[in-house]
Design a protein around this ligand. Structure first.
Ligand SMILES: Nc1ncnc2c1ncn2[C@@H]1O[C@H](COP(=O)(O)OP(=O)(O)OP(=O)(O)O)[C@@H](O)[C@H]1O
Length: 493
């Protein structure tokens, strides 16, 4: 029966059916372990960032249905699975626009039907639905088959088959619209919407500009992306971060920025700086976050110098907890990429919070936009060797940066101050240079932890979950030791 229907289907549209079958079967295949998937995706993103010419052209041609252009790009050796910032591959874009010929071409050239975009969706979502509907009709036929004698069976069966074909034909006919309506509704929504304002899941994302009087704003600091001001919003002091016009005036850069902010606003954790919203109808790009009165960890270390071990461990735990939340974010881990003492702020209660994650995506677009990068302003000092070497990387790059921050807290500032940040990053990447660990300053378990965290092999670095457990044990030991010291003082007294 299956073969019979298969032949009928084939006579209807053999190529499409084969593609459908191939795609649906691919989707029912057990998925690869997420870590592998992550690393593949990350590798693609890195590749994409390294070469902004070819891959982008492939994506562009695919979305426009320019088959000749796609062939040209593929012949140049561009990876058919190259993904854009939202992890959409050429296949996603072509399918989304209903360019069947380009879809088929990409599949032939090895495009991965299982690749997930930023919203965790595959190209073939729609095909799965077709497959299920199709399976259901088979079931109807097989059940009916039992209730009929041999004479009736053939005609009844043929009738059912005809029905299936009719429905399938209708599905195929509607395929373009279906993909447009369902896939595009899911995916294109994120691409074409003006990010500020129309996301129903994010009602707080935009804030009316008249709610914040920028003329009365007090300048707090300045970073790579722009100035930071203290302002009042609904009676509360908040930080207003302004984005340089060189970035804000570039629609693509602005879009990347707003996409990152949209992600940030969904995050809630005691060790993550709270995002409030973007100022609507402002001629500049301004967003509001929680105001942290004590400034950055950089400011604290500059003022206080070396921290006592207990404070340093407690701060390290704060950062690790915030980072663990980001790394365990579902459906995709959030990699900070620019974890530095400047991006760790302290509230009035003394708790540290991580900020500005994801904004470093803009930094990776340096060549396309030509504005000043965080790397140039110091984050080379905290850069993992694999990032500096432009290799594929994963979450453990943040663990590397974390180790250097913890090292600074014990030491009171960065090591190798005589050298430029880039020189230090270069030596770390190619000569395995690491900061010195004097036994006078660093307790033994901290030394061990730091060595693990800045290990040259990213796979040997612990996760933040493991780091938290280790730090908690170290913290308890310190607390017990201090309590015993206090007790012996009492006895002496
Ligand atoms: N939410 C905030 N609350 C209080 N102060 C803040 C806040 N955000 C930033 N600041 C202050 O403003 C300064 C500039 O911040 P910004 O994030 O723009 O740049 P940065 O993180 O110092 O550098 P870069 O952007 O190059 O990483 C910070 O060093 C900090 O002192």
């Amino acid at each position: 029966m299956y073969i019979y229907i298969y032949i009928l289907f084939n006579s209807f549209d053999p190529f499409k059916f084969q593609q459908l079958l191939a795609i649906t079967m691919e989707d029912f295949r057990p998925s690869a372990p997420s870590s592998t998937k992550d690393s593949v995706l990350e590798r693609r993103l890195v590749q994409q960032n390294m070469d902004s010419g070819g891959p982008y052209r492939l994506l562009q041609c695919s979305s426009k249905g320019d088959k000749a252009g796609v062939i040209q790009e593929l012949e140049k050796g561009v990876d058919p699975n190259v993904a854009d910032y939202d992890r959409r591959t050429a296949l996603h874009l072509a399918a989304c626009e209903g360019w069947t010929e380009v879809v088929v071409l990409l599949l032939e050239k090895g495009a991965d039907v299982n690749s997930l975009d930023r919203w965790c969706r595959t190209v073939s979502l729609i095909y799965i639905l077709l497959f299920l509907a199709w399976r259901f009709l088979f079931l109807v036929i097989l059940i009916d088959q039992k209730g009929f004698d041999a004479g009736n069976f053939c005609s009844h069966c043929l009738m059912r088959v005809a029905l299936v074909i009719m429905r399938f034909a209708r599905y195929l006919k509607l395929k373009g619209e279906l993909i447009r309506e369902s896939y595009k509704a899911h995916f294109q929504h994120y691409l074409t919407r003006p990010l500020v304002g129309v996301d129903s899941q994010a009602p707080c994302f935009e804030i009316d500009h008249y709610e914040v009087n920028m003329d009365e704003a007090t300048l707090i600091g300045e970073g790579a992306y722009g100035e930071v001001y203290l302002v009042k919003w609904r009676g509360t002091e908040v930080a207003a971060k302004t984005i340089r016009s060189s970035i804000a005036s570039n629609p693509k850069a602005k879009n990347i920025f707003l996409t990152e902010l949209a992600l940030w606003q969904r995050l809630r954790h005691p060790n993550i700086v709270q995002f409030f919203g973007v100022l609507k109808h402002s001629d500049r790009l301004i967003f509001l976050t929680e105001y942290l009165r004590n400034g950055s960890l950089y400011d604290i270390l500059k003022k206080k110098g070396r921290l006592d071990p207990q404070t340093a461990i407690s701060y390290a735990l704060d950062i690790a907890r915030g980072m663990n939340y980001l790394h365990q974010h579902k459906p995709h881990a959030i990699i900070h990429r620019d974890l530095t003492p400047r991006n760790v702020l302290q509230d009035e209660a003394g708790r540290l919070k991580v900020t500005d994650f994801g904004l470093s995506k803009l930094a990776q677009e340096k060549d396309s936009y030509g504005y000043k990068m965080t790397g140039g302003t110091g984050s080379y000092r905290y850069m993992a060797p694999e990032v500096y070497r432009r290799e594929s990387y994963g979450k453990s790059i943040d663990v590397f940066s974390f180790a250097l921050i913890v090292h600074e807290m014990f030491q009171g500032g960065p090591s190798h101050r005589g050298e430029t940040a880039e020189q230090v990053a270069d030596k770390r990447a190619y000569e395995d240079l690491r900061p010195p660990l004097s036994s006078y300053i660093y307790p033994e378990p901290i030394k061990t932890l730091l060595r693990e965290c800045w290990h040259k092999n990213p796979d040997c670095r612990p996760t933040f979950e493991e780091i938290i457990l280790k730090l908690e044990v170290i913290q308890q030991r310190f607390q017990r030791k201090n309590a015993m010291k206090a007790c012996s003082c009492c006895v002496v007294l």
